[in-house]
Design a protein around this ligand. Structure first.
Ligand SMILES: Cc1cc2nc3c(=O)[nH]c(=O)nc-3n(C[C@H](O)[C@H](O)[C@H](O)COP(=O)(O)OP(=O)(O)OC[C@H]3O[C@@H](n4cnc5c(N)ncnc54)[C@H](O)[C@@H]3O)c2cc1C
Length: 519
């Protein structure tokens, strides 16, 4: 596909062009020296028509909101202004963005497709910057079906093969788990996205069941309402509660106890693992600095509707515990990594769900819409695992504590699966697992080396030329469902690859010189 000169260059293949890829390329290009650029080639593989937005920020209804205010959404790990600066500049040319850019961006929850437009623009500009430094970044508009490891990597797409020296897996969010074996039924939707194509055709339904009550379920309920849906909606989930409501944006909390320095001290510079008790003490002390009792943090509400009312009422005020939790982004991966195996197990079984729910609250405007829907009887929150009956062709029935209900449609809104367990979850990662290029991490996703994101193979060896980013690394880093966290890891991988790049000719790199453990 390329002439000989191009073939000789050290080639990095990036699989997937969502937010993780944009963040990685940004950090790579910013730090790249022109002498390195001349010896390097990058190929990005992405089957979607547009590189940048990925799944979360794809073109869709404007009812889908970012779960963070505009001024905190960025592809840079160090500069949070990339999106808000773009919005202000872009709205000089794109009139339709003016109402968005005129809002107070430190308090505004912008539609996700607008962020997707930003990502697509940022991606194009990054390619331009790279070209100015002498680096060509090509986009191959195809899904990668397989990766084989020889002296170089062989990247297989339908009908073509490419070679690379280093691979960055940025395949993003995998499919949701089909917990109730409803797949294949004509009235079952395995994912709500894009809602414009998938949800809009359902407006004539009388009753819809949404499995899940997290942010994706909120997307479905709010979108149905805004599209003019008149029927009933049941959100069915084990916990029966909606996400928390985000409080008013305020100055960032400065941690005093739950700090990188404290974790390094406790773990004896990484030489020993720490127990949950020790970590809990740091979190408790940190929450005490804002007068919050840590026990309230992990308490599930017995009355979700009362909690929603209370949360929505208080959302105009600063919520101190949310600021403390937001500040943990700087240490959460290190803290997770420092925990001993038994403690990690306890966290996954008892606290992980609550932690993630509290770290990703919903915007107040969505909470208000849900509250209205509940109060006028259009939306119900049902707790417990339902028993589904799929025997009828034109409906699916579900039995919960509230009785048996016949639904015109059932929508799976449970979010990304924690593991790749079938080829449907991710054909590529499944193949890598089968071939031993990657192994399952019992904590979630695939195993990667904590410091470098290098994928660990069946022989327990980290492959320094095969790095992973995003959702599939959730077992190693615990909290990766936020672009801020992904951008931090992307910068680390970009810096690490650049530090070990050859300056002329192609060679396979060895163990990286940089093995940072701190965020
Ligand atoms: C619905 C939703 C809403 C979210 N909202 C927010 C938010 O408001 N704020 C926030 O910080 N985070 C949010 N997140 C978290 C989100 O995952 C990250 O912010 C970020 O978008 C993840 O980027 P990614 O590139 O890892 O994944 P994705 O966005 O999933 O992109 C991965 C890309 O890889 C491509 N791909 C997959 N397999 C292959 C293959 N085999 N070959 C080639 N290409 C492939 C896909 O087509 C896709 O374009 C949200 C997540 C979801 C699912």
């Amino acid at each position: 596909m390329f002439d000989n000169q191009e073939q000789q260059k050290f080639t990095i293949a990036v699989i997937g062009a969502g937010g993780a890829c944009v963040a990685f390329l940004h950090h790579l290009v910013v730090s790249l020296a022109p002498s390195q650029a001349a010896a390097l080639r990058v190929q990005v593989f992405e089957p979607r028509p547009c590189a940048g937005p990925g799944l979360a920020y794809q073109e869709d209804e404007e009812t889908l909101l970012l779960n963070r205010v505009a001024e905190t959404m960025s592809v840079s790990a160090s500069d949070y202004s990339t999106f808000s600066a773009w919005l202000r500049w872009k709205s000089h040319h794109a009139r339709e963005l003016r109402p968005v850019s005129a809002a107070n961006l430190s308090a505004a929850y912008v539609p996700r497709p607008v962020f997707g437009r930003f990502l697509a623009d940022f991606f194009r500009e990054t390619l331009d910057s790279a070209r100015q430094k002498g680096l060509e970044i090509d986009v191959v508009p195809a899904a990668v079906q397989g990766i084989r490891r020889g002296t170089r990597y062989l990247i297989e797409t339908p009908g073509a093969r490419y070679e690379a020296d280093s691979v960055v897996l940025a395949v993003g969010n995998t499919g949701a788990r089909d917990h109730y074996q409803l797949g294949g039924h004509a009235r079952f939707l395995d994912s709500p996205y894009p809602v414009r194509q998938r949800i809009r055709p359902l407006l004539g339904a009388r009753r819809i069941c949404v499995i899940g009550a997290g942010l994706s379920a909120v997307d479905v309920a709010v979108s149905l309402r805004e599209m003019g849906y008149q029927g009933g909606i049941d959100l069915v989930s084990r916990g029966g509660s909606l996400p928390f409501v985000r409080g008013r944006q305020a100055q960032a909390h400065q941690p005093r106890y739950l700090t990188q320095a404290a974790l390094i001290r406790l773990s004896n510079h990484g030489a020993t693992r720490i127990g949950l008790r020790a970590l809990g003490r740091l979190l408790r002390a940190e929450l005490r600095t804002v007068g919050y009792d840590w026990r309230a943090l992990f308490r599930d509400s017995a009355d979700p509707l009362a909690s929603l009312r209370a949360d929505t009422g208080a959302a105009g005020e600063v919520c101190q515990w949310q600021l403390v939790l937001a500040a943990t982004n700087a240490v959460v991966s290190t803290a997770w990594h420092a925990l001993d195996a038994a403690s990690q197990d306890v966290v996954l079984k008892r606290f992980a769900r609550q932690w993630r729910a509290r770290r990703a609250p919903m915007p107040r405007e969505n909470a208000l819409k849900l509250l209205q829907m509940i109060e006028r009887g259009q939306l119900r929150l049902l707790r417990g695992a339902p028993a589904f009956d799929r025997s009828s062709a034109d409906a699916i029935s579900a039995t919960t504590a509230a009785g048996t209900v016949r639904y015109d449609y059932v929508i799976n809104a449970t979010g990304s699966a924690q593991w790749v367990d079938t080829p449907q979850d991710s054909a590529l990662v499944w193949q890598m697992l089968q071939d031993g290029l990657a192994v399952r991490d019992p904590r979630g996703g695939i195993r990667v080396d904590f410091g470098t994101g290098a994928v660990i193979d069946q022989h327990n060896e980290p492959d320094w030329n095969l790095r992973a980013l995003g959702q599939i690394t959730n077992g190693s880093y615990f909290f990766v469902s936020s672009l801020e966290m992904i951008a931090r890891h992307a910068r680390r991988i970009a810096d690490d690859l650049l530090a070990t790049l050859p300056y002329e000719g192609r060679r396979v790199i060895g163990q990286p010189t940089l093995v940072p453990v701190a965020e």
